[in-house]
Design a protein around this ligand. Structure first.
Ligand code: PAF
Length: 280
């Protein structure tokens, strides 16, 4: 497995693979890999012959005061995990390589980036779309895989790819959960023992919603109230949002007609966790 740190070397490697007739599958990550990331790599392998994983904690998607400096990093471990999964190249650039001091260009997906997580993180998605556009231009993959855990991110990336004509097929892979149901996330590491025990109630609230929805309840406000009650009774979490949207467009939910994305964000202490499910 090659570890590539510069943009010209990454481009050359990809060009070489394509000219040898190999397609490239890409998994962008911020490192500190867990089973969720490994499932994205395995998914990419189903769709492409050579796999690139990028490991880059992108500063532009963190607002001042967020956890950029504290974000967990362990490159040696990530490298070993990628090698064990049969990854062909890891792109591991520095900040200096990715952002020139005079950087001024950002990609913004209007409206979509202001909903859900965009309410409390107004500059987050412009950082995500900018770095993903840059990475697509550098790695030049034919296929890229994103996790359904970041459902809004996946929808925004699809929009960007279509709007800006990136020749990249976007695949969304299912959420991977711990044995007790907590969605895997690099940020779970921040949780205290008590917060970790409480965090499981996010998934339980989603399960409750799914149960109510499958029993025929279509009053989304009533479902939200049930979820809030469960979280309030069992946790000290501060709910950021519990939102229902159209699962493809983030538009108004039409529970009678189309799948609904039910997304939750909540703070456990200082740690903000997100999770979601599709009601259909
Ligand atoms: O999902 C993530 O880990 C990040 O938002 C991504 C897509 C790697 C961009 O930095």
């Amino acid at each position: 497995m090659k570890v590539i740190k510069t943009i010209p070397q990454m481009r050359d490697w990809s060009r070489q693979q394509n000219s040898n007739g190999f397609s490239i599958g890409f998994v962008p990550t911020m490192g500190y890999l867990h089973e969720g990331h490994l499932s994205l790599i395995r998914e990419a392998k189903k769709h492409a012959q050579k796999i690139v994983v990028s490991i880059y904690v992108n500063p532009t998607q963190f607002a001042p005061g967020e956890d950029l400096d504290a974000y967990p990093r362990d490159f040696k471990r990530d490298e070993q995990l990628c090698a064990a999964e049969g990854v062909d190249a890891v792109f591991y650039p520095s900040n200096e390589e990715m952002y020139l001091p005079q950087h001024k260009t950002f990609v913004i997906t209007e409206e979509l980036a202001t909903k859900l997580c965009g309410q409390s993180r107004p500059t987050h998605f412009r950082g995500v779309t900018t770095i993903v556009a840059k990475l697509f231009n550098i790695v030049q993959p034919q296929v890229a895989v994103f996790g359904q855990k970041d459902a809004q991110q996946a929808i925004i990336i699809r929009r960007m790819v279509e709007d800006l004509n990136f020749p990249v097929q976007i695949i969304t892979a299912p959420i991977v959960r711990e044995a007790d149901g907590l969605a895997m996330s690099s940020r779970n590491k921040y949780l205290s023992i008590r917060e970790r025990q409480e965090a499981v109630f996010i998934n339980r609230s989603l399960e409750l919603a799914r149960k109510s929805f499958s029993s025929g309840i279509r009053d989304l406000e009533a479902i939200r109230a049930q979820m809030e009650a469960l979280l309030q009774k069992n946790t000290s979490a501060r709910i950021d949002y519990i939102e229902f949207t159209d699962a493809e467009t983030l538009g108004r939910p039409m529970p009678q007609e189309a799948p609904v994305l039910l997304a939750v964000a909540a703070y456990f202490g200082k740690t903000r966790l997100i999770d979601n499910t599709i009601l259909e």
